[in-house]
Design a protein around this ligand. Structure first.
Ligand SMILES: C[S@@+](CC[C@H](N)C(=O)[O-])C[C@H]1O[C@@H](n2cnc3c(N)ncnc32)[C@H](O)[C@@H]1O
Length: 305
């Protein structure tokens, strides 16, 4: 196959193009499985994630999501039988405590969610409290994610004022729905592993297994971009080390980034194929993100000299 043919083959799963008239995925048509409303959440990318996993020559056994956040790729893949297991990795200890609760103590978490009456005073009191244990820390994280503007968890984010539909601070607090999503995750807990730690280490730990697929959605801070810093408390990613490490894994990788010259330079250096996909940003403007894939065998000798 020619080089061009190989690239086209690799990108055949990308079912949307750069055509200015192409459509942006209607997120209402994608099942919402995450209890988080995560800034940078990848619900809009679910059709591509499915298509990518189905297109792989060897059906992956495990999906590793090294920058998990709300874990949409893992939840979709496990719930839809696209992989046997998912491994989620997240560095933020608050988000990590919430994942641990979802997987280990659904009863405690659901009871607290259903009993919590959301108003400004109750939220301020809960969030001002030093958590007594990891359960309280996880519960605070879930509440914070639902009442802060845009779901932003980073320090300094403000509470919603008028809410996103005039309902004030409780406009994104749907206790029954959140509890149902938690239940659906908890009952699949044998197939979901959560690790509090560094995504790069998790990539190295699975680097030699050809039956692993990596869905990688790091904070977008390459080239000094601000978005990733404002949205996440943990955003200090070594992007070059990430590319270098993914270029060497035996499995397959789908990496997402915003469109920055630094990202394109890294893609070329480490032999990733790129594709732009349209999405709507929070201001409902159509913007593009980059999807990057790597065949898995590429090693840039110069980079490792
Ligand atoms: C863009 S968000 C992921 C959103 C996710 N794809 C979703 O659909 O909800 C990036 C996440 O990576 C986490 N993070 C940052 N540095 C990390 C690291 N070194 N290891 C693991 N997670 C990290 C951030 O806390 C944040 O939750």
């Amino acid at each position: 196959m020619s080089h061009h043919g190989a690239v086209m083959e690799q990108l055949r799963w990308v079912n949307r193009t750069d055509d200015p008239f192409d459509h942006v995925v209607n997120v209402a048509s994608v099942p919402q499985r995450s209890p988080f409303r995560y800034p940078g959440g990848k619900t809009w990318l679910v059709p591509e994630i499915r298509a990518w996993l189905r297109s792989l020559p060897i059906k992956p056994k495990i999906l590793v999501e090294p920058f998990a956040g709300g874990g949409i790729a893992s939840l979709t893949s496990v719930c839809e039988g696209l992989v046997e297991k998912a491994v989620l990795v997240e560095l933020d200890p608050h988000v990590a405590a919430a994942w641990r609760l979802i997987l280990e103590d659904e009863a405690w978490l659901t009871e607290h969610i259903l009993a919590f009456k959301v108003d400004r005073d109750s939220v301020l009191a809960l969030l001002a409290k030093e958590p007594e244990d990891w359960r309280e820390k996880g519960f605070q994280a879930i509440v914070r994610n639902r009442v802060q503007r845009g779901g932003i968890m980073a320090p300094g984010a403000s509470l919603m004022k008028n809410g996103e539909n005039g309902r004030g601070i409780s406009s994104r607090w749907y206790p029954q729905t959140i509890a149902r999503r938690i239940h659906e995750i908890h009952r699949r807990r044998d197939r979901i592993t959560f690790i509090e730690g560094d995504g790069l280490e998790a990539i190295s730990a699975h680097a030699h297994d050809p039956k692993v697929a990596f869905f990688v959605d790091p904070p977008y801070t390459a080239g000094g971009k601000k978005a990733g810093r404002r949205l996440y408390a943990h955003n200090d990613v070594n992007h070059e080390a990430l590319f270098a490490s993914l270029a060497q894994v035996a499995g397959k990788t789908l990496l997402t980034y915003d469109e920055a010259p630094e990202v394109l330079a890294l893609a070329i250096k480490y032999g990733f194929q790129t594709q732009r996909v349209p999405m709507k940003n929070t201001h409902h403007a159509k913007v593009h993100e980059l999807l990057l894939t790597c065949s898995g065998g590429f090693v840039n000798q110069e980079a490792f000299a």
